[in-house]
Design a protein around this ligand. Structure first.
Ligand code: FES
Length: 163
């Protein structure tokens, strides 16, 4: 599948009514672009291109300027998150017990770096601070379900359970 196809399919179905509601109170207030983008992201989970185009049109702000703002601030996400969220604990106990190897194995299997989403939107890979299950180190969670005492060779079987 073309890497952008899945995202375009999702974005083609986006209902833009919420953008209109979000922008209305800010008409003419170009300095409010950050709160607008925050609210759009809060509603859609990220900043889909059609929403950026809509904000650009309604606020009379060039699209390139909006993307300039969105790419400058790390809080803004321009890609959707995956259906399954993997979090690798980067706390001390997990680090000592080998979490970097676990993360590397997941990155290798999925072909993405930590912080990224697979092109088919199946997984997003993130790091997380200690989740309070240090006795099970190293730990990852997938959709908040914990997997403890992990080894790199168990990773593939676990990922296979999630579509
Ligand atoms: S350090 Fe990973 S659960 Fe505490």
């Amino acid at each position: 599948m073309n890497p952008d196809t899945a995202i375009s399919d999702v974005e083609a179905r986006i209902d833009l009514d919420a953008v209109d509601e979000i922008v209305k109170p800010y008409y003419g207030k170009k300095e409010m672009v950050i709160p607008i983008l925050q609210k759009v992201q809060e509603h859609y989970g990220y900043l889909p291109r059609p929403t950026m185009e809509r904000v650009s049109y309604m606020m009379r702000i060039p699209l390139s300027r909006l993307y300039g703002v969105a790419t400058f601030y790390a809080q803004f996400k321009l890609k959707p998150r995956g259906r399954n969220i993997i979090r690798v604990c980067k706390g001390t106990a997990c680090h000592i017990q080998g979490s970097p190897k676990i993360a590397a194995r997941i990155e290798e299997i999925l072909g993405i770096e930590t912080g990224e989403t697979t092109d088919d939107l199946r997984f997003t890979l993130e790091e997380v601070a200690c989740i309070g299950a240090c006795a099970l180190a190293p730990v990852i969670t997938i959709n908040n379900e914990p997997y403890g005492r992990l080894t790199a060779d168990k990773v593939q079987n676990i990922l296979d359970k999630y579509q």
